[in-house]
Structure formats: C-alpha cells, structure tokens
Design a protein around this ligand. Sequence first.
Ligand code: SF4
Length: 335
Amino acid sequence: MKIGIPCGLLYYSFYLLWKTFFEDLGAEVVISGGTNKSILNYGVKTCVDEACLPVKIFHGHVMELRNKVDCIFIPRIVSISKNEYICPKFCGLPEMIKNSVPNLPVIIDTTIDIRRTTGTIESSLMSAARLITKDRARVMRAYYNALLRHRVFEENLKSTGDFERSLDKLNIKTKDNRRKIGILGHPYNIYDDFANMGIRNKLIFQGFMPITPEMVNEDKINLNASKMPKRHFWTFGRKILGTGLTFLEEKNVDGIIYLSSFGCGIDSLMEDYIERYIRRERSIPYMKITLDEHSGEAGVDTRLEAFMDMVKWREDYESNISPYGGSICGNKRFS
Ligand code: SF4
C-alpha cells in the first residue's frame, strides 16, 4: 500500500516519526517533494482565499500526491502537548481538503489529541494503521521504533538547524564564530525554503548562522514562556515566544527575524509580543517578514540585505549614532 505524506505544515516536525511508523508496518511512503511554483499555484487555486500561506501550500502538496498513492495521511491535530492546543486550522484540515480537492484517494484522518490522557495515543495509532493491520502489539512496536528515530532527528535538528541535514543524521561543528541570527516562526515557515524564499540559505551565504527554535534548549524555552502573566496555550505560539525571550535573555544572537504568515492570528499576536520585549529589554535589530503567496524575491532580498548590513554595522562601528540621535548600540540617548 502506498501512503502519501504531503510536505507541508507539520511534515517539518514529524515526518520521520510518521514515515518510520508506516514503513515499519509494511507500507510504502511517498512524499510530495519540496514546495515549488506549481505546488503553490495548485494550492492557491484549490484552497479558500482566506487561508494562510502554509495551509494553501499544504493543499498544493495534496494535489501533487492525489494520483500517485492509495491513501494520504492528513491527521486531524487538536493538541500535541498536555494542556495545550495548536491552531484550529489543523483540526479542520482533513475537512478543508476533502471539500476543496477533487478526486482524492482515501484520507487517513486520524485524530491526534494528547491534551489530557496518554490513552488516546494508542487509539490514534490504531486508527492511523487501520488500513494496514489491526494487530495492536505490532502497531505499538512500530510506534516506539518510530519514536526513537524521531528523537535522533530532534537532536540533530538542535545542532544543525537544518531540516534536510538532520534527516541525514549529519552533525555540524559545534564551535562557530559566525554572527548569529535568531529565526522565529512556525516550523513550516522556517524550513520550507520555497515559502520563505530561502532566507536561511541567504543568511548562510552571507556568513551568518541562523538559529531556529529547534536549536534552543527546550527547558529554557519553557521557563521563559512561563514568565508571561498568563499561560499561553498554543503549543507553537508558546515555543516561539519562549525562544524569543531566551534569545533576549542569553544575548546570544545579533539580530532576530520573525517569519510570519499573512492572516495568521497566532503570529500576529506573537510578533507583537516579541517586538515589545525587544524594545523594552534589549536593543537589537529586529525584522518581521510576512509570507504570502506572492513570489517576487526582490523585496525580500532588499530587506534582508538592509537587515544584514545593520547587524554588521552595529558590531563594526560601535560609535555609530543613528539619525534620530540615539546610540544604536544601547538604549541611552545621545546628548
Ligand atoms: S498557526 Fe497560523 S500559519 Fe499556522 S496554520 Fe494556523 S493560521 Fe496558518
């Protein structure tokens, strides 16, 4: 049996887990491949206009797969952490796809909701495997094996910050003298190089080292996120905020770029929080890039170049005074 996995949304977080699980059960896993112009166009044509870019791209990946496989894995994700939720678009994703994309094969729309009890994981797994086997022991074995590989992938992502290299289990050098740029955002905005126009590679090419949330110590992220007056219950929103606050606390990045999706409620809140904290607590270059389906690269390149120049100048010319009269290297006003 051929099971398709669309390379969008939480593919960037859980691909190896899902692939290993299905392959262990004897299925052949087929992926839709990297996002490209035609996938984006398919997505824009089939998806409702109001959706964010990552959801449109996901539609395009499903279009790409639909004639190549026996079924497509599109889980209905409610929660991936205890007492937290993720964006409601994930809960309605299978229904959105079924209503927008014609001529679909079978959709495996397992519900994943681990907000309350661990018991639900087992029923989710049985539901995901239902077209292949009903043998509970075999399914659980495949899951634990997949979980082990997933942990290795997560460790690799921590050190490389690169999705492809982490899949290859390659580690890069630990000591790195490049200027570091913190990248904030959802994983599908950070690791989909078509959607973000290769921002990480552009930074690397110019001698910077991008630091993604997956590279930051999880305990510190949780600790810093918990300093908010109210618990933030969106899993990825909390991670983005905790990472941003960790960058500011540890002073280990020279600038921060927030990659947000046009029309994303969670991003609109988080980017505002982050900007306020930066203004209040530490003066470092900050840039927000909003991603949508427009694919002209020149605008992004210009902003990125200006941002990189600003980061370099701050370090190279400490006595630089900004046009409005304040030192660009600190919060003090120039008088
Ligand atoms: S969190 Fe934002 S970017 Fe992600 S699916 Fe929801 S609306 Fe789209």
